[in-house]
Design a protein around this ligand. Structure first.
Ligand code: BGC
Length: 761
């Protein structure tokens, strides 16, 4: 008979205080990739002693079995729960999360998470530390690569799709894994874009921008969340009882597990809110953090704190219950080995179907920013229209960078490099000349930093040739080619944890290369590898066609060849604004108006920058949120509303007609935004409320409809983080529809009725 909650009650009743505390201890034995400086020791002995509840960072089924066997020898045989940082794929690596969000295709996002879940579960992983749903508007922060970008609505849809993909319909199935929404919360808003730095947010912004993806993920059934490293309005999240327990658990109804981040409990001392390990542990536990990751402060101190009367044992029991309930939901009490054994039989790793999905994903996430004269797609290889392509840049033969950051179980050896993908597509019909052209960076000290996680192969290798010699070789290749394709950008560890940047440019050696390629006069396609929005003003001038390919993962080579030769369309749309220059960040399309708005160019006493010339955007980015071209050309009619005056709980139908003016099928992402011109507080100029990715045949016209309800109009009135109400205020609303956040057309409606105020969140 399947174990149930009665079983947990009975088990808890039989556990000693020490055994309960053991369940709260979450450790890593260390290994290939470490995200902190501390690792746990004596793991096997601690399991035997009942001092470990969960393990993360294990890369093989064999190791999972060995550790689980030890747990099964303990008095109560409570199974261990195994977790891993499966962020954008386990072995089949998909594009970065930021890139997956750029697909605006939640079926695809869900499918990638499903594949990742099956691959991870097959080596015995029960829980994945994903999705990361931190909204981020500051591209200096390296972890924007792991996030769904700047917008809470897009991030919420991403959170749901990832959770559904990981957990499936039934978490107890052997191919389902528990999702973990992270990092809770506010982590994307650190001062200066620095990792781990302090976050100050108004309670209303917390509710309207930061929390929605966590709430959406919770409602999709996420079994766990992870606390974030930052302070929020002065209170470190690992000690933030108001936000974790009073708000998320008690008010918003979260019922799952809360895990710490790496040594996050111990760091309460460094945050200067705890004087010692015991105080840190008490603060963490009473805030609502159930499992202590790596620091072992719970294990070492909680028992004494209870004995000394400084902590109520009920707090320990409640946390332990949540750990046991998570294990119950995962089916571990029925069979601690069920993921492992299923996986062995099914071998769902790096299958042709998984690779095919990864290949499709590359086109879906790649964003076309410029396509002068329709340079892309290139003629099909067998068309006879071109004979030679010069494929230039430090990434063209590269495998190591292609998986991007946080691909801890991925392997460079399974990556299809870009050059291989193009050569395969070209066959004998086209010749592909390659040249490195430039180093990713020239500075040895920087290369050393960027190679921090490369224990098998280096991602940044500085060539022994001079920069001039490399450029000369590249120029020679381009001069005999019909077209140059330059692949430039960031090294993979330029983004990710503790990888903030003070500069958002493509490194200078690669810029020099692009200038030299431009000077040849040959058509120039620039493909950008990046884990963040970059400032691409110069590249946008140099390139005839400009593509953002992010880090595309295992199948980047095939996927990019599909895009370049038009077998697939680059249908990504930016999930975060690409700034014109570094000085503009943080930046979002959904900013609040000012009393002195910019007229679009510098004017004294209006908001803007005195040092920006008039021919470049002032406060807007270079490429707005939601932007991306396709290989078609799509025209929009103005949006039509089925009525322009509404009351109360009416529903508004908004339709727009989109026409593909081109001769090839295209994919268009139709976006609906709402602006609230008069309210009791100054509202963002517009906010994304709906989108639909539609396939349009050549010359086809489609009508796209959206339904708007009052739930799309409300906002938070928040005195404190917990004292919050949702409110919608009647009046005028502008319903914008368009291909991106900037190029919209609007219809105004007046929506009156009783003002709603309550807890709609
Ligand atoms: C990161 C988390 C990650 C954890 C475990 C931390 O440094 O912030 O996102 O899940 O390490 O590897």
């Amino acid at each position: 008979m399947k174990k149930d909650k009665d079983f947990i009650d009975d088990l808890l009743g039989r556990m000693t205080l020490s055994e309960k505390i053991g369940q709260l201890n979450l450790v890593t034995p260390g290994g290939e990739t470490l995200t902190g400086t501390v690792v746990n020791t004596d793991v096997a002995d601690k399991i035997r002693a009942g001092h470990i509840g969960g393990i993360f960072g294990i890369k093989s089924a064999e190791a999972v079995r060995v550790f689980q066997d030890l747990a099964q020898e303990t008095r109560l045989k409570v199974p261990l729960m195994f977790a891993e940082d499966v962020i954008h794929g386990q072995k089949t690596i998909f594009p970065l999360p930021l890139a997956l969000a750029a697909s605006w295709d939640m079926d695809l996002v869900r499918a990638t998470a499903r594949v990742a879940a099956r691959e991870a579960a097959s080596i015995g992983i029960d829980q994945v530390y994903s999705p990361m749903v931190d909204v981020c508007r500051d591209p200096r922060w390296g972890r924007i690569a792991e996030s769904p970008g700047e917008d809470p609505f897009l991030a919420s849809r991403f959170a749901e799709a990832m959770v559904e993909g990981y957990q499936g319909a039934d978490l107890s199935r052997p191919d389902a894994v528990m999702a973990c929404l992270k990092h809770f919360c506010g982590y994307g808003g650190g001062m200066g874009g620095r990792d781990y730095d302090a976050v100050d947010l108004s309670p209303a912004t917390l509710h309207d921008v930061v929390l929605p993806p966590f709430v959406a993920g919770m409602r999709a059934g996420a079994g766990s969340i992870m606390a974030s490293f930052n302070t929020l309005n002065g209170v470190p999240m690992h000690a933030n009882r108001a936000v974790i327990t009073e708000l998320f658990r008690e008010k918003l109804g979260y019922g799952g597990l809360v895990v710490a981040d790496y040594t996050g409990i111990l760091e309460l001392i460094a945050h200067s809110v705890a004087s010692d390990r015991a105080a840190a542990a008490r603060l963490g536990l009473t805030a609502g953090v159930d499992m202590d990751m790596v620091s072992e402060t719970y294990l070492d101190t909680l028992e004494d704190s209870v004995m000394a009367g400084r902590l109520d044992e009920a707090e320990v029991t409640a946390a332990c219950r949540r750990v046991l309930e998570a294990k119950l939901a995962l089916g571990l009490f029925d069979d601690p080995y069920h993921r492992l054994d299923w996986g062995r039989a099914a071998q769902p790793i790096l299958t042709a179907a998984n690779r095919q999905l990864a290949r499709q994903a590359v086109a879906a996430v790649t964003v076309l920013l410029k396509n002068e004269g329709g340079l892309l797609p290139l003629p099909a290889p067998d068309s006879g229209k071109i004979g030679t392509i010069a494929l230039i840049g430090p990434f063209v033969e590269d495998r190591v960078n292609m998986n991007g950051t946080w691909a801890v179980a991925g392997s460079a050896s399974t990556v299809v490099p870009i050059a291989d993908g193009l050569r395969e597509a070209a066959g004998n019909a086209l010749s592909i000349l390659t040249a490195k052209g430039a180093n990713i960076v020239d500075e040895p000290w920087l290369a050393t930093r960027l190679n921090v996680h490369d224990w098998k192969e280096l991602s940044v290798v500085i060539d022994t040739r001079s920069p001039e010699a490399m450029i000369a070789e590249a120029v020679a290749a381009v001069s005999v080619a019909d077209v140059a394709v330059a692949v430039v950008g960031e090294a993979r560890e330029y983004s990710g944890e503790s990888s903030s940047r003070t500069d958002l440019s493509i490194p200078e050696p690669q810029k020099k290369l692009l200038r030299a390629l431009k000077a040849t006069g040959k058509p120039l396609v620039v493909v950008v590898m990046t884990g963040r929005p970059l400032a691409l003003a110069e590249e946008a001038l140099l390139a005839d066609a400009l593509l953002v390919a992010w880090f595309g993962g295992t199948e980047i080579g095939h996927g990019l060849a599909d895009v370049l030769f038009g077998k697939a369309e680059p249908s990504g749309r930016l999930p975060a604004t690409f700034p014109y220059c570094l000085g503009q960040v943080p930046l979002t399309y959904a900013h609040r108006p000012t009393g002195r708005p910019t007229p679009g160019r510098f004017e004294k006493f209006t908001t803007g920058y005195v040092d920006r010339p008039d021919d470049v955007p002032q406060n807007d980015g270079l490429f707005p949120f939601g932007f991306g071209l396709g290989y078609g050309k799509v025209a929009y009619t103005p949006p039509r509303a089925d009525r322009t005056t509404l009351t109360g709980d009416d529903r508004l139908d908004v339709t727009v007609t989109v026409t593909n003016l081109g001769d090839r099928p295209t994919l268009e992402t139709v976006q609906l935004y709402i602006g609230d011109p008069v309210a009791s507080i100054s509202r963002p100029v517009k906010e994304l409320k709906a989108f639909r990715k539609v396939a349009l045949a050549a010359r086809a016209t489609e009508t796209v409809s959206f339904t708007v309800t009052v739930a799309d109009l409300d906002f938070s009135i928040a005195e404190t983080v917990t004292d919050t109400r949702r409110r919608w205020e009647g009046g005028a609303f502008d319903i914008h529809v368009g291909p991106n956040s900037c190029d919209t057309q609007a219809v105004r409606v007046v929506w009156d009725g009783p003002q709603f105020e309550g807890n709609r969140t």
